[in-house]
Write a protein that binds this ligand. Structure first.
Ligand SMILES: C[S@@+](CC[C@H](N)C(=O)[O-])C[C@H]1O[C@@H](n2cnc3c(N)ncnc32)[C@H](O)[C@@H]1O
Length: 345
């Protein structure tokens, strides 16, 4: 068995038997910081009470405009986000959930009928499969077949992170979105973190934020745009932190990001973008990411990459692009936004 296979196996065992989501020990999430946007709240009402209570993933901001999409939730566990997406994509949309834990997939399947009925669908629009996010081919997931990939708190658990990201990229259609929520750190960690199974299983063996962005861009995604952040709160004393991570200074955040797969050769030219309204739950304004708020009818100068996203993604019908005018100040992309600026040590 390769080292990566050993971690996959350990992860499947860990999540097969974990019976609640209260990770104990080194850290906790700052749940007081969690918010749920209106669209998410509306979908959440259809979930089984046990799923409504889950907030370990803590990804409660909807990507928006999902009606009719085909998507994959990589690392779906017992299906909380997949069922939220099931409501958001509607009966004509489709959701595939993949998880390495057989027990979690069994639970997801057990909840399919409840959610089909609560959402009033004739037939469930969800399928769940046991497998690794690093290889989606066994589930018939062809190149460029999906409108969206979502993932919450999973890639931080995967040793071969680049393979996981490449699979997400492969299955996305051009113009499709990868909406990811994952643990990330303010600096590189010492190698020994990777030798501790418990640290792996709790998502601490993760990538430094800027390394993660570089990897995603190398694969071909647009610059990951920051949507939302939840800080970790440390419950272990400094000497333990130093021993585990090599420093007491490192900060961990759960970061929600959105990135897109643009068509080859898509022109990236800064333009004015005007939101025309019409996106459900976002009629007067549309918060594209934490730094970019479009107000209906008000032109905003956007960088070339965002202009290309608006032109080629599902958002295209809701925006008018026009040439820049003298004096326009272009929104900077969010890769330079320091998500760690206010994060607790
Ligand atoms: C922290 S939980 C998050 C679950 C869910 N996305 C949420 O937000 O509630 C991590 C999940 O990732 C799964 N996982 C870990 N490594 C995986 C891999 N290589 N492939 C598929 N799933 C994996 C685990 O089994 C577990 O269910």
């Amino acid at each position: 068995m390769s080292d990566a296979e050993k971690v996959h196996k350990a992860m499947a065992d860990y999540y097969d038997t974990l019976d609640d989501w209260s990770f104990t020990g080194l850290w906790t999430m700052d749940y007081s910081k969690l918010v749920m946007d209106e669209e998410f709240r509306a979908a959440n009402k259809y979930l089984h009470p046990t799923h409504q209570k889950e907030d370990a993933g803590a990804c409660n901001m909807s990507p928006g405009l999902m009606e009719g999409l085909k998507l994959v939730d990589i690392g779906c566990a017992q299906g909380r986000d997949a069922f939220i997406c099931s409501k958001m994509v509607g009966e004509k949309g489709h959701v595939i959930g993949i998880d390495i834990s057989g027990n979690r997939i069994q639970q997801s399947n057990d909840f399919k009928k409840y959610h089909k009925d609560s959402m009033g669908y004739k037939k469930s629009n969800c399928e769940f499969y046991e497998g690794s996010v690093t290889d989606l081919k066994p589930f018939g997931l062809k190149d460029q077949s999906q409108d969206m990939v979502v993932s919450s708190g999973v890639v931080c658990l995967v040793p071969d992170k680049e393979e996981a990201y490449r699979e997400a990229y492969r299955v996305l259609k051009y113009g499709g979105e990868f909406h990811q929520h994952d643990c990330t750190t303010s600096q590189r960690l010492i190698k020994s973190v990777e030798n501790e199974p418990k640290l792996w299983a709790e998502g601490m063996s993760t990538l430094c934020y800027w390394d993660n962005i570089a990897m995603l861009k190398r694969i071909g995604f647009t610059t990951p745009r920051h949507v939302y952040t939840t800080p970790y709160v440390w419950s272990c004393p400094d000497p333990i932190k130093k021993d585990k991570f090599g420093t007491t200074d490192v900060r961990f955040l759960a970061v929600q990001m959105r990135m897109f797969k643009l068509p080859p050769g898509a022109v990236q030219k800064a333009q004015r973008a005007t939101y025309n309204g019409g996106i459900p739950y976002n009629q007067r304004q549309f918060q594209f990411d934490s730094q970019t708020l479009f107000k209906k009818g008000i032109p905003m100068a956007v960088d070339g990459e965002l202009a290309a996203i608006l032109e080629h993604s599902r958002f295209a019908p809701y925006f008018t692009l026009s040439p820049l005018q003298k004096g326009d100040i272009i929104q900077t992309d969010t890769a330079t936004y320091d998500v760690f600026a206010n994060a607790p040590h």
